[in-house]
Design a protein around this ligand. Structure first.
Ligand SMILES: NC(=O)c1ccc[n+]([C@@H]2O[C@H](COP(=O)([O-])OP(=O)(O)OC[C@H]3O[C@@H](n4cnc5c(N)ncnc54)[C@H](O)[C@@H]3O)[C@@H](O)[C@H]2O)c1
Ligand SMILES: [Zn+2]
Length: 364
């Protein structure tokens, strides 16, 4: 196994698992799947991905699994794109897995970005009331965010991620070498989530990205291993303390209230999620200054860093502010007419604050 890999343990009692991070560790997937056999015998192994990622990494992962487990995984391909994170895709997975005669030992291996991880995770949560699944996230966003924490979902016509379950993976294998093939926009959008962890909980992580911005943009594998592992450790810590989002876990939504609203009013087509989060974080940091929670230094540093990383910081003027405010009022996180807003208290520290949607207008 790779010597440069690090492992972050997510401690959730009997649902605990390891997140392995390191360049080249796609070749270790089989060994990690095989290790699952120790806790309870594994049955059929299914590898589920999409043609884009499969063409790049499918053979390597298949070979690794076949070598370690002694049988090639059963291949399932789903179409590439957020629009396929739906019931039809889910049903197609159910049909194949059940047709193969899967039992409760079945293992679903999700190879791809957050879309694949979310839909495969939900399939695993529901097939035979829950089978194990392995996350092999191949986008930056998926490595630092969606593969860890156990939220799984598909979209419904009434909204994104409305049908889902909490179902933790059995193991996560994250190889930052996969970023070398990631489209530039996808990569930069993922960086927004890494910056988010720095702003809300880890000033030193923010400093590190600031100091080594050029290497970050160049996707230097060792540095990326560190950024992914630190992001995962932060998310793991939050999830350990609040697995089902009773309270604390909401801090991970920093920048997301406005970000989601911007995505929604632009029809989920103009911005990638991370791009919208970058806009939302700047708005949230400005709002934090306006309500006296932090100094103007925080939004200034944040804007400078996001700009350096190639992310926009101003919500384009053609986007209707009233529409954003309206969308904020309809966010999933709204209780009564108050939105739980995440504000910065200083760089690396944040807190939850209930606000009215109208209160955010001056920061947009
Ligand atoms: N479960 C959670 O906690 C959680 C958290 C955040 C986001 N999400 C979900 O994640 C999804 C977004 O995930 P995403 O940003 O990874 O998007 P994605 O899965 O759509 O991947 C983006 C694109 O990159 C391609 N791709 C993936 N890896 C690649 C690689 N290494 N090289 C080249 N191309 C590659 C994909 O095929 C796709 O075309 C959304 O559906 C969102 O709701 C879930
Ligand atoms: Zn996000």
């Amino acid at each position: 196994m790779s010597e440069t890999a690090t492992t972050v343990r997510v401690n959730l009692g009997e649902r605990s698992y390891d997140v392995h991070v390191g360049p080249g560790i796609l070749d270790d997937v089989g060994a990690h799947v095989h290790e699952l056999d120790r806790s309870s015998a594994i049955g059929k192994v299914f590898m589920i991905g999409n043609p884009t990622v499969d063409a790049l990494y499918g053979d390597r992962v298949r070979r690794s699994i076949a070598d370690a487990v002694g049988a090639a995984p059963i291949d399932i391909q789903i179409p590439d794109g957020e629009q396929y994170k739906n019931f039809e895709t889910l049903t197609s997975i159910y049909d194949r897995v059940l047709a193969e005669g899967a039992d409760r030992g079945a293992v679903l291996v999700a190879l791809g970005g957050g879309v694949v991880g979310d839909v495969v995770g939900f399939a695993a949560a529901t097939i035979l009331r829950g089978v194990r699944f392995v996350q092999i996230p191949t986008t930056l966003l998926a490595q630092v965010d969606s593969s860890v924490g156990g939220k799984t979902a598909v979209n419904h016509s009434a909204g994104k991620n409305l049908i889902g379950a909490f179902h933790q993976p059995a193991v996560v294998v994250s190889d930052p070498d996969t970023f070398t093939t990631l489209p530039d926009r996808e990569y930069r959008a993922g960086l927004a989530e890494v910056v988010k962890y720095g702003v809300i909980l880890d000033e030193k992580l923010f400093d590190l990205i600031e100091e080594r911005g050029d290497e970050v943009s160049a996707r230097a594998p060792q540095l990326l291993t560190e950024l992914v592992a630190r992001s995962v450790a932060i998310k793991a810590d939050v999830v350990e303390r609040d697995e089902k989002e009773g309270g604390l876990r909401a801090v991970l939504n920093f920048g997301h209230t406005v970000g989601h609203a911007v995505e929604k009013v632009t029809g989920y087509s103009r911005f990638l999620h991370g791009e919208a989060v970058a806009l939302g974080m700047v708005a949230a940091a400005r709002l934090s200054v306006k309500i006296g929670a932090c100094s103007s230094d925080v939004p200034q540093r944040l804007e400078a860093l996001l700009t350096k990383l190639g992310l926009d910081t101003e919500i384009p003027s053609d986007i209707d502010r009233a529409a954003i405010e309206h969308a904020v009022g309809f966010d999933k996180k709204v209780r009564g007419d108050l939105v739980t807003f995440i504000v910065c208290d200083s760089m690396g520290a944040c807190s939850r604050k209930p606000l009215r949607a109208a209160d955010i207008r001056p920061a947009l």
